[in-house]
Design a protein around this ligand. Structure first.
Ligand code: NAD
Length: 255
């Protein structure tokens, strides 16, 4: 029987258009914990469910007081480096075997690894913007204001007649309850028009990204643990993303 890496490599070679959907599991080998892995998942340290749109818009001061440690933790992710899996995906795009990467991750590691066509459907750690005037600033600026005691962090440009700052900054991250950015529709369209989707490092528990595979012609899952969609996938490989991608890439350079 053929090994999984060979089967996936052959499918990639034959596919007219392949799109990759990644989740937090692709970045654990870069030292960034995922949400759900027992013992190490982010949920063991923080409860991301306080990061809701309602909490931010109803009481920004308390949102930022509760979220300070979490946002500082997110900011530290900016120092992470891509791993073998991110680099392999960038290489597969370069040799025209992958058309696009749809990622649920906010860590920016696909772009750092050199992938060009990346849909960050949950936002990123590069930007923040004013909830009043929409002016864009950096996520770094937002975290600096917070760490310096400005809670909530304020826009430097939105002032009232008394010169009091009135605009509140928010991260360009998709919070629970937020509408997904326009890139989500483009991303789902990319996936729908593909002939193969490869899901890597996602529990496929987070809506609506977990609906993407079912709307594709066929899909493969590479994930360390079982997912709810394993039974619908054409191939399921329970393996670490770095090892799996490295082996697939090495076969592709042979065939
Ligand atoms: P998840 O935590 O729900 O699931 C991660 C999956 O990855 C698990 O099923 C686990 O078995 C698997 N996994 C862990 N390490 C792996 C490895 N080395 N190789 C292969 N598989 C591995 O993550 P999710 O499905 O992406 O959903 C969580 C949400 O949290 C997403 O919305 C995502 O945006 C966000 N998140 C992002 C980051 C990040 O940007 N790096 C980190 C944590 C959470």
């Amino acid at each position: 029987m053929k090994k999984k890496e060979r089967l996936i490599a052959e499918q990639l070679k034959e596919s007219r258009k392949t799109v990759v959907l990644t989740g937090a599991g692709i970045s654990t080998e870069s030292g960034i914990p995922d949400f759900r892995s027992p013992g190490s998942g982010i949920w063991t340290k923080f409860d991301p469910y306080f990061m809701t749109r309602d909490a931010l818009y109803n009481n920004p001061k308390s949102f930022y007081e509760n979220g300070l440690k979490f946002l500082e933790f997110l900011y530290s992710i900016k120092n992470a480096e891509p791993n073998k899996a991110h680099f392999a995906i960038a290489e597969l795009e370069k040799i025209e075997l992958i058309s696009a990467v749809i990622t649920q991750n906010i860590d920016g590691l696909h772009k750092k690894a050199g992938s060009k066509e990346v849909y960050e459907i949950h936002g990123n750690l590069d930007e923040a913007y004013c909830m009043k005037c929409g002016r864009v600033t950096t996520f770094e600026e937002l975290v600096k204001k917070l760490s310096g005691g400005q809670v909530p962090p304020l826009c430097d440009f939105c002032v009232n007649r008394n010169n009091k700052k009135i605009g509140i900054l928010r991260p360009n991250l998709v919070l629970f309850g937020d509408i997904l950015p326009p890139s989500f529709n483009k991303a789902t369209n990319e996936a729908k028009t593909s002939s193969l989707l490869i899901v890597i490092g996602s529990s496929l528990e987070v809506y609506p990204a977990n609906r993407i595979p079912a709307n594709c012609k066929r899909f493969i899952i590479i994930n360390r643990d079982e997912t709810n969609l394993d039974s619908l996938a054409e191939i399921v490989w329970h393996e670490s993303a770095g090892k799996a991608l490295e082996e697939i890439l090495s076969i592709l350079t042979e065939i």
